[in-house]
Write a protein that binds this ligand. Structure first.
Ligand SMILES: *Cc1c(COP(=O)(O)O)cnc(C)c1O
Length: 370
């Protein structure tokens, strides 16, 4: 018998896959674990999908527009700042874009930089490439380690901003201080930028080594369709297009994304509601409950639960997580890092969902072993 796994590249045989948040199949869950939008997408999305499918789905015989050119043009126009179609690459989710960036820029010698904690997909993508890493640790303040980043020799540095799972946003002034010395590619992963006060798009015109990565999964309520994009200098986009699968974004996702981006009024309303719910809940956690909570510039809250005796820590967070889970309230716990283990990350849901969350946490506080 051939031992087929021994045929794999050694670094692939040792690889640990990314752990996505649980996607439960049954009904009845209050799902606050993967930062999806609690509201549906713009009604224009379903209309556009119906139009594309038509009576008999005949258009599905045909391959999609290979670069997603019409969508690139819409994205460029949406962001302004002199951006043009050649400054945009569309991905099958922003994870696809992050993957292309690692493929194009990182090897063992040309390391990939990232902070810890941040989006845990980066080390997995670098592992597939058997690449080197340059990891910069946050301390409990979660303030950006500007000097260390500026001194990093990474070929590409992946910065999640606002950060995940903390929700802490970083300013363009801080990024400019990094860019004053950093000579690699600074990839600003802005999955949560629509919920923040500032974003890095204005830096693109002055800094050819900045890449801004966005997704339609969070603010645009299209996680199920997988659309993300990169904004960058046309030379960077050209490199990504050499690595990219020719048909990486399907027809339906392209038309849905164009419809969504064409309805900013609808999404302004969605984002305002999510931010209002976030700010009210964060005040309740920090105020009446007295739980340490980072200021969030995203659509989730990172909070440190305290039990009835006022204790916090990894076991307390785990106890709250388990109690919620048993009652079909799903949040996220990251036990593998000392700075995240005492916390829970709670996606901002509807007001009703947050009421259920709060009532369940009150019940947890009343249990003897909380
Ligand atoms: C959700 C998320 C992504 C992935 O977005 P997709 O477009 O769904 O692939 C990327 N980066 C960060 C920081 C995220 O939180």
């Amino acid at each position: 018998m051939i031992e087929v796994s021994s045929l794999a590249l050694p670094h692939i045989a040792k690889l640990h896959a990314y752990t996505p948040g649980l996607q439960p199949t049954g009904s009845g869950w209050v799902k606050l674990n993967t930062n999806e939008c609690p509201y549906p997408p713009s009604p224009r999305v379903a209309e556009a999908l119906r139009r594309e499918i038509g009576e008999d789905g005949a258009s599905l015989r045909l391959y999609p527009n290979p670069p997603g050119a019409p969508l690139r043009a819409v994205v460029a126009r949406l962001h302004g700042h002199g951006l043009r179609e050649e400054n945009v690459c569309i991905g099958n989710g922003s994870d696809d874009i992050l993957n292309l960036l690692v493929r194009a820029f990182c090897t063992r010698e040309a390391s990939a930089g990232f902070t810890r904690p941040s989006y845990s997909l980066y080390p997995v993508l670098v592992g597939i490439q058997d690449g080197g890493t340059d990891v910069i640790a946050f301390d409990r303040t979660m303030r950006l380690p500007v000097e260390q980043m500026a001194a990093s020799g990474a070929r590409a540095f992946f910065l999640t901003s606002p950060n995940a799972p903390t929700g802490v946003g970083f300013s363009n002034a801080e990024l400019e201080r990094v860019l004053a010395s950093f000579r690699g590619l600074l990839v600003v992963d802005e999955a949560y930028a629509p919920f923040a006060n500032e974003n890095a798009v204005p830096l693109l015109a002055r800094h050819p080594n900045v890449v801004v990565v966005r997704t339609l999964s969070k603010a645009y309520a299209l996680a199920g369709l997988r659309v993300g994009y990169a904004l960058a200098h046309s030379d960077v986009i050209g490199l990504l297009d050499r690595v990219r699968d020719s048909y990486n974004v399907n027809r339906l996702s392209q038309v849905a994304a164009i419809a969504a981006l064409g309805d900013p009024t609808y999404y302004d309303g969605v984002i305002d509601r999510v931010k209002a719910t976030r700010d009210r809940c964060a005040r309740e956690f920090a105020g009446p409950r007295g739980w340490f909570t980072y200021p969030s510039a995203a659509n989730f809250i990172f909070t440190e639960p305290k039990n009835a005796r006022g204790e916090s820590g990894p076991e307390v967070a785990r106890s709250a997580y388990d109690f919620l889970f048993a009652r079909q309230v799903l949040v996220r716990h990251f036990p593998s890092h000392a700075l995240t283990a005492p916390f829970l990350r709670i996606s901002v849901g509807t007001d009703r969902e947050m009421q259920i969350l709060n009532a369940t946490l009150d019940a947890w506080l009343k249990t003897p072993n909380a």
